[in-house]
Structures are given as structure tokens and as C-alpha cells.
Design a protein around this ligand. Structure first.
Ligand SMILES: C[S@@+](CC[C@H](N)C(=O)[O-])C[C@H]1O[C@@H](n2cnc3c(N)ncnc32)[C@H](O)[C@@H]1O
Length: 251
């Protein structure tokens, strides 16, 4: 299996990846929210572009998410972990929770739910409370126990991670704050050769985190501009990492 690559294509059924070839998945799919360009001096709130209009009929969207999660179950090692970022969305006047499709996935079960407290929201809708939380659904293979680095217990189940200022200059609408994939990979305790996968790689933050931690990664991304952006961010991370390796010890 080819590693340290962002495949410039849709993830599909992850056909390039053998069964049980991946130890850790950290991913955030498009949320099917029809992002439209918004005026903001500080943040890039444009959509993903023509390659991903992010505007499917909701049942079709949910079926697609079940299909990719089942494919992730196939490629996941028995003691591996999938960290799947999503949130409650208001669609046609009611809240849709990701639990509506997570319960239909056969290849993975829910192990724990981590809440990301983002502290603020882009949403300026005045008829409800501002949505400031997202979730990381920690999933594993049915009947299996994911490997876990016990020293991460102190992080608890609510992570206060406000991405806005860290990610504002990244030319992508929805990058992870680096702490999210770093923590997820560290929690799942991969051995040196074990692969980290992001089927919706975007600006490549999961691959950057894998690079910093010395893990091989694989990604998929449909938008060629984001593939190039991810490549630059990974190269920067690798350059910083090697510079650290070469730095003489001080003190
Ligand atoms: C929420 S963003 C991921 C952001 C990423 N976590 C980061 O840190 O930059 C989702 C990404 O999935 C991409 N995408 C949408 N459909 C896809 C598909 N079928 N296969 C691969 N990538 C896809 C979009 O272009 C978008 O960049």
C-alpha cells in the first residue's frame, strides 16, 4: 500500500486500501450545509468549490456517510480507532444528529463521544442558541477494544479547542485545529509503521499531525487546490521536524 500520499480523488470505497491496513482514522466530512461565500474580514467562509457543492438531499447524504463509515470499518485494524468529526445540524427547522446514521453503520460501533467546545460560532442566527459545539465520535470495530494511550485520560471528554484564529489564514473553509488530530492520533497509540488515514483530507491537517508524530499517512481529497495546499503544509511540517532533529542539544 502506498503511504504518505494524498490521493487526488474521491474516497469512494477506499478501494486502494487493503482490509485492516489502517490503525487510526481522523476525519471530518463535508457537513452538507451548502456553505456559501460569506463576507468576513477575518475568516474564509467560502464553500468547498465545484468539486464538492455540499448540497445533497439529506437521505442521500446520510446513505453516503454510512457507506464511507462501513468502508472505514473494513480497512480498520482490529485494535484501531476512527475519530469522526460531525455536529448537530438544523435542517428544515429541526435538529439532525449524526446518531441518525451512526446507528445504521455495521462495520463500526460508537466507543465514546468527545465534545469540542469551540467557544464561539460563525452562526449569527438570532432565533436559537448559538451552536458552539461539535463532536468527535470515537468508533471502533464491533467486538473489539481500541488501543489507548492511558496518559491521554487527563484530556477528558470535553476539549476546549477554538480553531478560528489558528485556521483563519489557511485557504480552506473548515480546517481542523491541529490539536484535534494530534490528540486523536496520540490517544490511539499507533506503532511506528501504522497508518493514519483521512478520507476527506481538505487542507491536510490530519496528515500534518501524522507527519509531526512520525506516522505514515494516507489521504483522499477531491479538490486539486486543497491537495496542493495539503502538500505544502505537509512539506512545511516535515521541514520543521527535520530542523528539530538536526538542532544541537542545548542546556
Ligand atoms: C470538512 S473538510 C475537511 C477539512 C480537513 N479536516 C482539514 O483539516 O482541512 C471536507 C473535505 O472533503 C473534501 N471532499 C468532499 N467530498 C469528498 C470525497 N468524496 N472524497 C474525498 N474528499 C472529499 C472537500 O473538498 C473538503 O476539502
Amino acid at each position: 500500500m502506498q503511504t504518505n500520499v494524498i490521493h487526488p480523488q474521491a474516497c469512494g470505497q477506499l478501494a486502494e486500501l487493503p482490509d485492516e491496513s489502517t490503525h487510526t482514522v481522523v476525519t471530518s466530512p463535508p457537513f452538507n450545509l451548502s456553505y456559501r461565500p460569506q463576507r468576513s474580514k477575518k475568516f474564509n467562509l467560502a464553500g468547498y468549490g465545484d468539486t464538492c457543492p455540499d448540497r445533497l438531499p439529506e437521505p442521500e447524504y446520510q446513505d453516503g456517510q454510512v457507506a464511507i463509515l462501513d468502508a472505514l470499518g473494513r480497512v480498520l485494524a482490529p485494535d484501531g480507532s476512527v475519530f469522526y468529526n460531525h455536529k448537530d445540524r438544523m435542517v428544515a427547522g429541526r435538529t439532525i444528529s449524526p446518531h441518525e446514521w451512526l446507528g445504521r453503520v455495521k462495520g463500526l460501533v460508537l466507543y465514546q463521544t468527545i465534545t469540542i467546545d469551540r467557544g464561539s460560532s460563525h452562526n449569527v442566527d438570532t432565533v436559537r442558541l448559538p451552536p458552539t459545539t461539535e463532536y468527535i465520535y470515537w468508533l471502533c470495530k464491533p467486538g473489539c477494544r481500541p488501543r489507548f494511550n492511558k496518559s491521554c485520560r487527563r484530556w477528558g471528554l470535553v476539549w476546549q479547542v477554538c480553531p478560528h484564529f489558528e485556521t483563519a489564514k489557511i485557504n480552506h473553509p473548515a480546517p481542523f485545529a491541529l490539536a484535534v488530530p494530534l490528540r486523536c492520533i496520540m490517544m490511539s497509540a499507533p506503532q511506528a509503521s501504522e497508518v493514519v488515514l483521512d478520507p476527506y483530507a481538505g487542507s491536510g491537517t490530519t496528515a500534518v499531525a501524522a507527519t509531526i508524530l512520525g506516522q505514515p499517512y494516507v489521504g483522499y481529497e477531491v479538490n486539486p487546490d486543497y491537495v496542493a495546499l495539503a502538500g505544502r503544509r505537509i512539506a512545511d511540517a516535515r521541514a520543521l521536524w527535520s530542523r528539530d532533529q538536526d538542532r544541537p542539544e542545548t542546556g
